[in-house]
Design a protein around this ligand. Structure first.
Ligand code: SF4
Ligand code: SF4
Length: 290
């Protein structure tokens, strides 16, 4: 099974458009949406949720009032002001608690326990294009890199059970912890970028992160015709950096229309963007087989 992760140096480059179309063209790939801070592939691919499991990614301090001697050491050590006192009763505000465990460490009476708390959900859906796993963080929760890892582990297990030849991962944007978790263990990374100066800058940064994991690197230029000059510069720099340039997608109103209709553009349209995506998909398959 090949694990391919699609990433972008920044949000809004068309990564989900590409993944949605590849999912439709692949017929039977398992898809993981690891953009857990803003998962939206399930909207594009449709289908039905068949499994919903809680994700526990963080801990909260809990005080046992029977054991507490009201010494105040926990409130003094807490850098997040999460422990308050009223009439000699010390209490943790779960919304402010960051789960660092310092209070439990200093409590002389062993009155504080760290308890797991739910930080989100992991969903499995059956879509017309194959099985999709996606995660959702609850408001205010962090540790999205950990959730990405859990989403990938669930998707890998399903892909093995289904005998899928491709695990297609919609990675997180940027270069932080979630994208590092998206890239880890993947065979190849496909970067979707666009012809703008900020995208050029972000491309270099995300390619550096991907290289660290020794992923094979592919590149697609989205909306390439919006700035032919910058598109040309990105192509040259990418090829010089050892990326395999798979092709470009022109700006096409059908992409927006397909999003409104909640369908991958290759399903909705036979226009310029859909044609380019089909061509790129064929080239990618050849490259992955090689
Ligand atoms: S676990 Fe850390 S953040 Fe939470 S109450 Fe204790 S010291 Fe404060
Ligand atoms: S450190 Fe422990 S004993 Fe002291 S106030 Fe906090 S919970 Fe109570």
């Amino acid at each position: 099974m090949i694990e391919l992760v699609v990433i972008s140096g920044k949000g809004g480059t068309g990564k989900t458009t590409v993944v949605g179309s590849f999912a439709a063209l692949a017929e039977g790939a398992v898809v993981a949406d690891c953009d857990v801070d803003a998962a939206n592939l399930h909207i594009l691919l449709g289908g039905k949720v068949v499994e919903k499991a809680p994700y526990r990614g963080s801990e909260t301090a809990v005080i046992d009032q029977e054991k507490c001697t009201a010494c105040g050491a926990c409130a003094r050590v807490c850098r997040f002001n999460a422990i308050g006192v009223g009439e000699d009763v010390y209490m943790v505000d779960p919304l402010s608690c960051e789960g660092c465990g310092a209070c439990a460490h200093v409590c002389p009476g062993g009155a504080i326990q760290m308890e797991e708390r739910q930080s989100g959900w992991i969903y499995v859906s059956r879509t017309p294009y194959g099985t999709l796993v996606h995660g959702e963080l609850l408001p205010g929760e962090e540790n999205s890199g950990k959730l990405v890892t859990q989403v990938k582990m669930r998707a890998r297990a399903i892909a093995r059970d289904e005998g899928a030849s491709l695990l297609l991962i919609d990675g997180s944007p940027g270069i932080g912890c979630p994208v590092i978790a998206s890239l880890s263990g993947a065979h190849a990374a496909l970067i979707v970028t666009e012809p703008s100066l900020s995208a050029l800058h972000d491309l270099a940064r995300v390619a550096g992160v991907a290289r660290h994991f020794r992923n094979r690197l592919f590149l697609i230029l989205n909306k390439a015709d919006l700035s032919p000059k910058l598109a040309d510069r990105i192509r040259k720099e990418a090829e010089r950096d050892g990326m395999v340039y798979l092709g470009e997608i022109p700006y096409d109103e059908d992409v927006t229309q397909s999003q409104v209709l909640e369908k991958p553009v290759v399903v909705h349209s036979r226009g310029a963007a859909a044609t380019a995506l089909r061509r790129i998909w064929e080239r990618l398959q050849k490259e992955l087989r090689a």
